[in-house]
Each structure stands twice: as C-alpha cells, then as structure tokens.
Write a protein that binds this ligand. Structure first.
Ligand SMILES: [Ca+2]
Length: 145
C-alpha cells in the first residue's frame, strides 16, 4: 500500500480530515474513557487509530498535529487481552515495548493499573495509563481508494 502524507485539509476538530487517499483521521473535541473512545470511533464508521500509527509517514503527521496541543489522546492499543507488557493494537498487531514511540520510562505500570495507551502530551509519545481516564480520541478509517 502506498501512503502519502499530504495534509489536504485544515484540521477541524470533530470532522474527519483527509491526510491522504489512504486514511481519514479524526481528532475528537470531547474527552472520554478508553471503552467509550472505541465506541465513539465505531459510531462514525471508524476505529481507534491503530494501523496508521504503524506507518512512519502517518504517525509523523499525527504527532505533528498533537504536539502543540495540551491534550492527551487515546490510541487503539492496550494489554487487556494478554496483560503486562504485551500491548496489542486493536487490530491484533503487537506494539513492542521497545518502540521508540514510547515516552521515556514508559510503559511504566502495565501489570496493574495502566492497561491502555495514550499519546501523552508531556512527551507527545505513548504512555500506558488507566483505561478509565478521560482523554481526547484519535480515530482512523482506512480508505479503499
Ligand atoms: Ca505510564
């Protein structure tokens, strides 16, 4: 699959934004817990951002958007199925703990209270955190054309 990274529309929060022909990405205005974040995306025909975060061009575009904002954002990754350091993207692909997308010293507490993954505004990188916390949401939709 070919990914292009041209930001073709000005971000309007809550409105899907086309980065490329391959994905629509939506950044929510609202904050909610992780379970509700999944439902929020699903109700819009989307999913919590997963495969786009594994594409180097897409992840750069997404982190460029989040970096100057004061918000934390849910992404579609957690260890709810396998526990501890076995984080999975929502589509079942492993999120390695040695990925350079983790904040320094993260994941910090995946054995007990921090089972879901956010983009943490402190570093603009991943952090394991409590699934019940309220964050903004990033949804993706992979486009066919
Ligand atoms: Ca953490």
């Amino acid at each position: 699959m070919v990914f292009t990274a041209i930001l073709v529309a000005v971000i309007a929060c809550g409105i899907p934004t086309s980065y490329a022909v391959d994905y629509d990405i939506l950044f929510s205005d609202e904050t909610m817990n992780y379970a509700d974040a999944g439902a929020y995306c699903q109700s819009r025909g989307m999913v919590l951002v997963s495969s786009a975060m594994r594409d180097s061009t897409m992840v750069k575009a997404i982190l460029d958007f989040t970096k100057d904002r004061r918000y934390n954002y849910w992404v579609g990754a957690d260890n709810l199925e396998k526990g501890a350091y076995n984080f999975l993207w929502n589509d079942g692909v492993s999120l390695p703990t040695d990925s350079d997308l983790w904040s320094p010293d993260e994941p910090s507490n995946p054995q007990s209270s921090e089972l879901c993954v956010q983009i943490w505004n402190r570093y603009n990188l991943f952090d394991d955190t409590g699934c019940g916390n309220a964050k903004r949401v990033i949804c993706e939709k992979e486009l066919d054309d």
